[in-house]
Each structure stands twice: as C-alpha cells, then as structure tokens.
Ligand binder design. Structure first.
Ligand SMILES: [Zn+2]
Ligand SMILES: [Zn+2]
Length: 348
C-alpha cells in the first residue's frame, strides 16, 4: 500500500509499504478514505517533534472504514465508517478515568498515531485501543464533515469546555487559523454575549467576516485597546490563546479582565514569560493545553444536528498519489489554503 513516510528531518516520501496487521487484541485496521494535513505534520518534518520516529507513516487526522478488528474490540465492526482519534488511550488508568486522556500512562497513550507509530496518510492504518480511538460516523454525516473530529475539532471543543464560558461573557479568541476557527465554532455553541477574534492575516480575517459575521474582529496591534472598548469589565472575561505566536501569550493575559480565565490552547516554539510582578493583583486563572480528545461522539452528534460545520475549512483536495504537491501547497500557504483533504481511493 502507499504510505506517506517520515524518512529524516526535512524529508517525507510516498513509499510502498506492507499493509498493517492486528498486533494486539484491542487493535483495529482501518481503510483510510479521507485524511488531512495538520501543522503538527510540518513540525515533524522540520524536526521539532523529538519523539517522532523516523520511518513511521505520518498523518493523524483521518476517517475511514473498519477493515478488521481484534477479538477484544466491542464498539466497532468491519464495515463501520469511523473517525480516528488523534490520541490513543487505554480508558482504564487514573488519567483516563478522569477524562484526561492526553496523559494516559499507557506506552501507546497520547499522540502516537503518525508520530510514534504509523499514521493515516496511507491506504490503511492500525489503530490501537479501537474501542476508545474510533467513533462511528452517523449516516447523514459525510467523510468531509467528519474529517477534523479527531484532532482540530476535538481541540476546539476541549478548549471551549475547559474555559467555563457563561452567557454574559465577552470571549476573546487569539488566532483564526484552522484550530482557531474550530475553537470559535465550539465557543459559539456556548452562546456568550460577545466573541472577539484577533488575527493578523487579511485572508483569515476575510474568511471570518464571510462565515461568522456575528463575530467582532481585531488585529494584534489594536487588540488590547479594542478588547477593552468592546467588553463590559475592562477586558475579556475569557481568553482562548490559539495562535502560539511570539507575542500572543502576553496579549492573552493583558487582554483578560481581572479575575478572568486564560486558556492556552496553542503550542509554542519556545518558552513564554509569566511576569508575575506585572500581573500581580490581576488574579487570573490560567489553563494550559493539550487536548483531551475523548469527546468525538458528542462532536459527531453536533455535526449531525447541524450545530457544527467545518467543511468550509477544506479549501483544497488532492489524491494520495499527489500528496507531495498537497504538502507543498499547505506548507507554503499558497492559494489561500486553509486545510487540505487527501482522498484515498479503494485499491484492488
Ligand atoms: Zn494535528
Ligand atoms: Zn489511560
């Protein structure tokens, strides 16, 4: 089968590999029908994910059809159309029991697929802990609608859950990239009084105006003043930092009102300063990221009910055979790309 593979820092290549087989009773083999490229794939390519293992197939955002299951798998059967969760988790350890699946203590726990074990930019993928990692896609929901459920949409959903948004709140979201837009959609489900999005890029601001006219928008230079003028208590009640830029962490806590909540969803390239003397007396609550991706079933239900729709994020589609060109477009942000879908056809 064809599999897009991490060879060494700077090099991914489409290779012919053996089809994966069941290694554990709780595994499933999924025939991938649609995959996507995530910024984290680029981080692997550029060597900024040290635990990524050379030789693995990349890709951790995908949907497909269950081909085979191990004898201990109960929740899915061959033929089921499923989303694949970016995180694998055992479901039994202390952390899993609390829903903190990102910290599952299992050796395969956390982000393994497409990082430490073979992922889904391939015709087939082996998914450990299939009962926890796969969710059946309800019939009316298409593959394109479900594509982001296991990763960026799970992240947006989790971010909105942990930030305790109430109806009187002004919520600031920093960053309108793909994860920022998923976060925005999930924040809107909470119906806060006001949502402000801060974004630097003109193309993303246009996307925002087109699809979310009810949302206020500002740019990094104007954000602090804009948020103060457009909130009831001198700053945002809740700030979600999804950008991960050099200055965005500072912006996040500066734009929050006293006693507000700052949820850090972004992954930074370097350490951030927490200047406690400067923020003394502001009495902020900080929440820090990585997603606990265990809400896929709820997210699929919301998609089915028409409450969430991330299909406008898919701006380009390529077949697996042309994945090289898809990466090139995505990496260099050409042609107003937001997200790329990779179609994977059935092979005889
Ligand atoms: Zn990702
Ligand atoms: Zn666990």
């Amino acid at each position: 089968m064809l599999a897009y593979t991490f060879l060494e820092q700077g090099t991914f290549k489409l290779l012919e590999k053996e089809r994966p087989v069941i290694l554990d009773d709780r595994d499933a083999i999924v025939r991938v029908t649609l995959a996507s490229i995530c910024t984290s794939d680029l981080h692997i390519k550029h060597g900024s994910v040290p635990r990524a293992v050379p030789g693995i197939t990349v890709g951790h955002e995908m949907v497909g059809i269950v081909e085979k299951v191990g004898p201990a798998v109960l929740s899915v059967r061959p033929g089921d159309r499923v989303t694949v969760n970016v995180e694998t988790f055992c479901g039994h350890c202390f952390f899993c029991q609390h829903g903190w699946v990102n910290n599952c203590i299992d050796p395969n726990g956390g982000w393994a697929l497409g990082c430490r074990i073979d992922g889904g930019q391939a015709e087939y993928v082996r998914v450990p802990y299939a009962d926890q990692s796969l969710d059946r896609i309800p019939d009316p929901v298409t593959d394109r609608q479900a594509l982001f459920v296991g990763d960026i949409l799970a992240t947006g959903y989790w971010a909105a859950q942990i930030s305790d948004i109430s109806p009187d709140d002004t919520v600031l979201i920093i960053g309108a990239g793909p994860t920022g837009i998923c976060t925005l959609q999930c924040v809107l489900l909470k119906s806060p009084k006001r949502v402000i999005v801060c974004e630097r890029e003109e193309q993303r601001l246009q996307f925002l105006h087109r699809y979310y006219p009810q949302v206020l928008a500002t740019t990094p230079e104007k954000a602090l003043d804009y948020v103060r003028r457009n909130s009831d208590h001198g700053g945002a009640d809740v700030v979600l930092e999804v950008a991960g830029g050099a200055e965005t962490f500072r912006m996040a806590w500066q734009c929050a009102r006293p006693n507000g909540t700052v949820a850090v969803v972004a992954l930074y390239d370097g350490p951030q300063q927490l200047p406690l003397p400067e923020m003394y007396g502001k009495n902020l609550t900080f929440k820090t990221g990585g997603v606990d991706g265990c809400s896929c079933a709820e997210i699929l239900k919301l998609i089915k009910e028409g409450m969430l729709d991330t299909t406008p994020l898919i701006t380009h589609t390529f077949p697996l055979e042309e994945i090289e060109a898809a990466y090139d477009l995505f990496e260099h942000r050409r042609d107003n790309v937001i997200k790329v879908a990779i179609e994977i056809g059935e092979k005889s």
